[in-house]
Design a protein around this ligand. Structure first.
Ligand SMILES: *[C@@H]1O[C@H](CO)[C@@H](O)[C@H](O)[C@H]1NC(C)=O
Ligand SMILES: *[C@@H]1O[C@H](CO)[C@@H](O)[C@H](O)[C@H]1NC(C)=O
Ligand SMILES: *[C@@H]1O[C@H](CO)[C@@H](O)[C@H](O)[C@H]1NC(C)=O
Length: 275
């Protein structure tokens, strides 16, 4: 069997994990992608996944249609790599985006603004939300103890992050953290890795390799949050009075210790120009 390079979807039972369905795909641009979208989210003609479109008080979601399944807590692991770009409207900023792991594919009852399209006032902080997110937050929401208007956080059923840091990447050349401006409009790489109950988040500018050290590393028992052993994976973006255009340019995912395919920066659609 052969798979196309731009949309390689493999979900099959392999001998070494006979009862474990595998999820693996790579999208260098989203033309061929099998996504469920709602809100203002859509795939543009050049292949960019646009989560929000510069309108106020809006949100958009995009999920891979098939849930990622796991058979036991021990076997649950995944790696993902995506490239995003957040282009603020002049003098504005947007509220940010999130990589989402959710028991439900339907987040249409969530709220925009500081709820990031993830929760509403009644699901926020509620363990029955069954939602874990890596937020790339571009607004300071004092009510959720945000540290600044440019941070990354790991969120479990809540907008209060269990771990967060100012957006940065570890530079292996300089041996120290270098800051990243999420709202620069430039493409930014993000990796999320989960294995052995550790969730790591790493970031880097588009031209860089994956840093040897993650920005965030948190102990978390993900399987406990997904008793049905099915997880929808995708993205959420939200605006409020702060507005931006929020894009995902490419996304690779691999579940249950299948190796992750590399995104090819030269094949990604460009960030659409904005005046
Ligand atoms: C919050 O979201 C839940 C789950 O989608 C929905 O049932 C509920 O009606 C929403 N509540 C509000 C106040 O919007
Ligand atoms: C880089 O930032 C992270 C998150 O704030 C921190 O845990 C880590 O110690 C920093 N690394 C260095 C080398 O300063
Ligand atoms: C997370 O990062 C730590 C520290 O660098 C590393 O020891 C661990 O193997 C990483 N785990 C994953 C799943 O990437």
């Amino acid at each position: 069997r052969r798979y196309s390079l731009s949309a390689d979807i493999v979900a099959e039972h392999k001998i070494r994990s006979r009862f474990q369905p595998e999820t693996r795909f790579i999208y260098n641009g989203f033309h061929q992608a099998d996504l469920y979208t709602d809100g203002v989210a859509k795939v543009l003609p050049e292949g960019q996944l646009q989560l929000t479109n510069g309108s106020r008080q809006s949100m958009g979601h995009a999920f891979f249609k098939k849930p990622f399944e796991f058979t036991s807590a021990e076997s649950l692991s995944f790696s993902t790599h995506f490239v995003c770009a957040l282009v603020p409207k002049p003098g504005s900023g947007g509220h940010g985006i999130a990589f989402v792991l959710s028991a439900s594919i339907d987040l249409s009852h969530a709220d925009a603004t500081q709820y990031l399209g993830l929760f509403n006032i009644s699901t926020q902080g509620n363990s029955s939300s069954h939602l874990v997110a890596v937020e790339l937050d571009t607004a300071l929401s004092a009510e959720f103890d945000d540290k600044n208007a440019n941070h990354v956080g790991i969120n479990v059923n809540s907008l209060f992050s269990i771990e967060s840091a100012s957006t940065a990447y570890f530079s292996d050349i300089k041996g120290k953290n270098e800051s990243i401006e999420l709202s620069s409009g430039d493409p930014i790489q993000v990796w999320v890795n989960y294995r052995g109950n550790m969730l790591n988040v790493s970031m880097a500018p588009l031209k860089n390799q994956k840093p040897s050290q993650p920005l965030l590393s948190s102990s978390i028992h993900l399987s406990e949050n997904f008793p049905d052993r099915k997880i929808f994976i995708g993205f959420s973006g939200a605006t409020g009075t702060l507005i931006s255009y929020q894009y995902i340019l490419g996304w690779s995912f691999s579940g249950n210790s299948v190796s992750l395919q590399r995104l090819d920066a030269t094949k990604l659609p460009r960030v659409p120009p904005h005046k």
